[in-house]
Write a protein that binds this ligand. Structure first.
Ligand code: NAD
Ligand code: UDP
Length: 312
């Protein structure tokens, strides 16, 4: 029997490229698709001589078909607030038309399907920690809505393709994830603080730094996603690290890991910036037997050489 062929959209991005590596390590063949709007071919350069990996540069907001696949992982979308503010309409389109186009592929080839959704579906949550049954608190016309509402539409579309067409769909709600290949200049908090600390520049905290996030190391996230893809769970599953950090604590942790003498400065908080974010991972624990293994200090240490490579 020929080996399974898996489609990964957003393959040249941070998470997509790690997912390609993980899938290839399991012996399948992988077709990566990406339009490189926020991704970087450097993330896939190590696969140049891998016979089980192929890459197509394509925009998934237009219908596409590169032949039969057994599974679709839909990871294409700008993800950092800086990127999706710059690419607002493109973000809405990839979450809507792009998601439908990838679902059509899964339907056509009777393939499994997993969509990269996000904790942003919970918006600025009134329920803490966030459990999958919470419907969220999203401003549909705020600056983050191009991303949040696109992802909420995607979840509806994915669910509809399961409900109406019987596609074997999966939805993962990813909480803030970091690690090597996180774009060094994409404005996310870990990349900003790491680069600022390594360059000896002030660390820029937005607001008073008391807002919280929960940071998952990329290998933990990808392991959870691959486990989820092998289930028949169709409703959303949170994957993230449940340890909650204020941005002030995060800045201090990064100063310690990098050994930097940088100062901390305070900048205005962006509009609609969620106040707190922590996943309830009971469902992932019970369904997948999954637990995060890498905690922030270790994960930052594992990412240090990557971020150092950008410092001249
Ligand atoms: P990323 O920007 O590094 O990767 C996204 C990739 O999608 C890029 O390579 C980009 O070029 C590609 N892309 C965007 N629009 C496309 C289009 N129209 N056609 C083809 N390719 C397109 O971001 P990431 O952090 O790797 O995020 C990957 C996925 O995971 C996204 O869907 C994101 O919403 C989701 N997610 C990420 C996080 C996180 O913390 N990293 C958290 C929640 C959800
Ligand atoms: N943030 C910060 N300084 C920065 C970048 C981000 O204080 O240089 C804050 C941001 O306001 C938010 C948190 O860090 O409260 C996480 O931001 P990020 O853009 O990484 O992700 P998201 O807001 O999408 O969770």
């Amino acid at each position: 029997m020929s080996e399974k062929r898996i489609l990964v959209t957003g393959a040249a991005g941070f998470l997509g490229s790690h997912l390609c590596d993980k899938l290839l390590s399991e012996g399948v063949s992988v077709l990566g698709v990406d339009n490189l709007c926020t991704g970087n071919p450097v993330n896939l350069a190590h696969l140049a001589n891998e016979p089980r990996f192929a890459f197509e540069e394509a925009d998934i907001t237009r219908p596409f078909d590169f032949g039969k696949v057994d599974y679709v992982f839909n990871f294409a979308s700008p993800a950092s607030p800086v990127d999706y503010h710059r690419l607002g309409v493109e973000t809405l389109l990839v979450g809507s038309a792009g998601t439908i186009n990838t679902l059509e592929i899964a339907k056509k080839y009777d393939a499994g399907y997993l969509h990269a959704s996000t904790s942003e579906c919970y918006g600025d949550p009134e329920v803490h920690p966030q459990v999958e049954t919470y419907w969220g608190n999203v401003n549909p016309v705020g600056p983050r809505s191009v991303y949040d509402e696109a992802k909420r539409f995607s979840e509806a579309a994915v669910t509809a393709y399961h409900r109406y067409y019987g596609v074997d769909t999966h939805l993962v709600r990813i909480f803030n994830t970091y690690g090597p290949r996180l774009q060094a200049n994409d404005g996310r908090v870990i990349s900003n603080f790491m680069m600022q600390a390594l360059r000896g520049e002030p660390l820029t905290i937005y607001g008073d730094g008391m807002q919280t996030r929960s940071f998952c190391y990329v290998s933990d996230l990808v392991a959870g996603i691959v486990l989820l893809s092998k289930t028949h769970e169709h409703t959303p599953v949170n994957i993230g690290n449940p340890v909650e950090w204020t941005m002030l604590e995060c800045a201090q942790e990064i100063l310690a890991v990098t050994g930097s003498q940088s100062k901390i400065v305070f900048h205005p908080l962006p509009q609609d910036d969620p106040t707190r974010r922590r996943p309830d991972i009971t469902k992932a624990r019970n369904l997948l037997g999954w637990e995060p293994k890498v905690f922030l200090k270790e994960g930052l240490g594992l990412s240090l050489d990557y971020f150092k490579s950008f410092v001249k």
